[in-house]
Design a protein around this ligand. Structure first.
Ligand SMILES: *Cc1c(COP(=O)(O)O)cnc(C)c1O
Length: 386
């Protein structure tokens, strides 16, 4: 089903589905079989059905669904977000090439770029500026691709996405964006001129804190190249994890709308609290990216961060007192999760590097789950009262 006029809930259910499942099943059965009988038409290696070759119905239906949700020609699901990122990057870059990347990136991505790509002979420059002209100045003769994130973690910054996509187009670079935090509901990168969109489907797409998965979405040609790379690297998603992701995606908008409303209510509560110094949620008018987020995104997602008076000790005390959110990294699931980025996602950076990124020791990140807003607010109120 490719009708883009139908509503989001309908699309999430019906896009990419087969016309009929075997035995009339409402849900696509799990084809938990590593290999399949060879058919006469299976004349190439890639046409042999095998889990690693990403051509099982569970993998293909999900790929078609994800492509449809972002208005793309093609997609592929992967074993993790990092499998999606590495396959996408390695399908565009080789030794001697140069990559321009945003400086604030998911920690795993940043480490992969600075350690592994460099070891492969791929040069990387991290760009601190939002201004596409600065990206232009950092471009070299061997620059082949640029890499950004729709919303950064944990401060939820939105860079000049349209400007960067058009700079990439003019300069003939492949533009790649990590759309994990926005999801296809809030941002569809290809409509804004990006070539490839990558996801950690571990987060909102799956939505249940129970699997890791990823996806690459884009033109048929670029996705084919990423798939080829993925098949060599071995990052395919297992059929059972496909089933869970497939089930999770159907409720994406229900969850995200509810979680985003709660995030706004919690952010507004925190902003008024005397012990809170600053709140970072792009849905608040006080957020530096509020205007750009409002212009470019369909919604503000459900991640927020805030800093307390009393710095690190104040934050640690609050983390000990709060009852509903689990003290765990990751986000996008049903359960609210809470962390102190300086001691979790950004612990590997030096204190100085964290400071440069605006992540002070007292900063707390909340991944808002589906609990009732009133309950979460009451919990934060009691935790801050102590
Ligand atoms: C979690 C995450 C990743 C990595 O995904 P995995 O599924 O853990 O491999 C990449 N990018 C962003 C923005 C993430 O939040």
């Amino acid at each position: 089903m490719s009708d883009e006029k139908v509503g989001w809930h309908t699309r999430l259910l019906h896009a990419g589905e087969l016309p009929q499942n075997s035995a009339g099943a409402i849900n696509l059965p799990i084809y938990q079989s590593s290999t399949f009988e060879q058919r006469e038409e299976d004349t190439t290696y890639d046409s042999l059905r095998y889990i690693r070759l990403n051509n099982l119905p569970n993998q293909q239906v999900l790929a078609a669904k994800l492509a449809a949700l972002e208005g793309a020609e093609a997609g592929v699901v992967t074993a993790s977000g990092m499998a999606a990122i590495s396959a996408a990057i390695l399908s565009c870059l080789r030794a001697g090439d140069h990559l321009l990347a945003q400086d604030v990136l998911y920690g795993g991505t940043r480490a992969y770029f600075s350690e592994d790509l460099t070891a492969l002979g791929i040069e990387v420059d991290f760009i601190a500026s939002d201004d596409p002209r600065d990206w232009g100045r950092a471009r070299k003769k061997n620059t082949r691709a640029i890499y950004v994130e729709t919303l950064t973690n944990p401060l939820l910054h939105v860079t000049d996405l349209a400007g960067i996509a058009s700079f990439a187009r003019e300069a003939g670079l492949v533009s790649i964006i990590d759309n994990t935090i926005a999801t296809p509901i809030n941002f569809r990168p290809l409509e804004h001129g990006f070539d490839l969109s990558v996801h950690s489907a571990t987060k909102y797409l799956n939505g249940h804190n129970d699997i890791v998965a990823g996806a690459v979405v884009g033109s048929a040609q670029l996705v084919e190249r990423a798939l080829h790379k993925l098949n060599h690297l071995g990052g395919s998603l297992d059929p059972h994890a496909c089933f869970l992701l497939h089930r999770g995606i159907k409720s994406l908008k229900l969850r995200l709308d509810h979680q985003s409303q709660t995030a706004l209510a919690l952010a507004s509560f925190l902003q008024e609290h005397e012990r809170v110094e600053r709140v970072f949620y792009p849905g608040l008018a006080s957020h530096p990216s509020h205007a750009r987020a409002k212009e470019l995104l369909g919604g503000f997602s459900a991640l927020l961060s805030f800093s307390l008076t009393g710095g690190k000790e104040g934050a640690e005390r609050m983390l000990r007192r709060v009852r509903l959110p689990h003290g765990a990294p990751s986000f996008g699931g049903m359960e609210s999760l809470i962390t102190r980025p300086a001691a979790s996602s950004h612990a590997s950076l030096s204190a100085e590097a964290r400071k440069r990124l605006g992540i002070d020791d007292g900063l707390i990140r909340v991944a808002v789950g589906i609990e009732d807003a009133d309950d979460l607010i009451a919990d934060f109120a009691q935790a801050l009262a102590g």
